[in-house]
Design a protein around this ligand. Structure first.
Ligand code: 5AD
Length: 333
């Protein structure tokens, strides 16, 4: 059995703050990752199928009030055929992500899920806050996992950054998703304006307390067409330390090397894979849509077939996961 570390808040704060020994922290997380989940890196094919969003999160490039975005949503046929292509390329998980676009109502979304399910893939949804009935219908249609970041557990900060949204409601959505038997993914951004190290420590303890199956942690990157354009943003190093501590706290969960890390450094995802991460989510959209789904600037635009991510993964002694890459619990929580 892999021992999870029982770090308290003070110890987490110390690890997050210790720039001098960060290399040791990353190496420790890498060892814990190897022991708990092995050397396989699971690839998820990401389809960003709509950049239309009813929300106005201050940090996000596709917020409703950003009038410079050229909005798109893919048709049912486009989404299904993109998923089919991804499945033929060998992806065993399809992640369907979009802004909160109500065009994809219960019926339409369920139909898409049912069709994609025929390709023998696991399906992850990342489409935001919905009703219990919708979550239930999507689950029954065949969705396996759901991804929704809590973004921050600092409620005051959350309400400042996500106007007209409720932290409590988001939390309740996460609980509904869990109750319906989805594998639950959540996560946070690192380096939000006025976010303290203590608050990040609280975030990590929160993700552990709700028992996530997957935790996505990435730096906040200011987008020029948002109210936070002039903010500093998060660093790669603090994001990697945060991700590494997450691995120590929950050794057997899935942790993606996030694209936002790659935006800050050309080897960002590889560094993440060597500091606790075991999942990569390459984009399988066409280049045109990829450019329009800009949550933050300098997002790497790569076609998966042309990308060297597989070679990079193998060059650091890791292998590509052949199964669905579901979370296998090794510890009783
Ligand atoms: N920088 C980094 N991450 C961002 N996200 C949204 N906007 C940004 C940004 N400017 C993240 C949020 C969201 C996920 C899909 O992308 O955490 O949940």
């Amino acid at each position: 059995m892999v021992q999870q570390m029982l770090l308290n808040k003070q110890e987490i704060i110390r690890l997050l703050s210790d720039e001098q020994h960060e290399q040791q922290l990353w190496e420790q997380a890498d060892r814990v990752r190897k022991e708990a989940v092995g050397d396989e890196v699971h690839l998820r094919g990401l389809i960003e199928f709509s950049n239309i969003c009813r929300n106005n999160c201050l940090y996000c490039g596709i917020r409703k009030d950003n009038k410079s975005v050229c909005r798109y949503h893919m048709t049912e046929e486009e989404i299904v055929s993109t998923a089919q292509k991804a499945a033929q390329m060998g992806f065993k998980t399809i992640v369907m992500q979009s802004g909160e676009d109500m065009y994809y109502n219960k019926e339409r979304m369920s139909r898409i899920i049912e069709q994609i399910k025929k390709f023998d893939v696991a399906i992850t949804l990342s489409i935001g806050e919905r009703t219990y009935e919708e979550y239930k219908a999507f689950r029954e249609a065949g969705a396996d996992r759901y991804l929704m970041r809590i973004e921050t557990t600092d409620k005051e900060l959350y309400h400042k950054l996500d106007p007209n949204m409720s932290w409590q409601h988001r939390y309740e959505c996460l609980m509904m998703i869990k109750e319906l038997g989805y594998e639950l993914g959540s996560g946070i951004m690192v380096g939000l304006p006025k976010q303290s190290i203590e608050s990040i420590a609280d975030d990590l303890l929160f993700l552990k307390a709700i028992g996530v199956d997957m935790a996505g942690i990435g730096p906040f990157i200011p987008h020029p067409q948002t109210p936070l354009a002039k903010e500093q943003g998060g660093t790669l190093e603090l994001s990697l330390r945060t991700m590494a501590v997450m691995r120590l706290l929950m050794p057997d969960i899935n942790i993606p090397a996030t694209t936002a890390m790659e935006s800050l450094h050309p080897q960002g995802r590889i560094k993440a894979l060597q500091a606790g991460a075991n999942v990569v989510m390459p984009n399988v959209n066409s280049g045109e849509y990829m450019k329009l789904y800009e949550l933050y600037p300098h997002k790497p635009i790569e076609g998966f077939t042309q990308s060297d991510i597989v070679k990079k993964i193998e060059s650091i002694g890791r292998c590509i996961g052949q199964g669905y890459g579901s979370h296998q619990r090794k510890n009783k929580i």
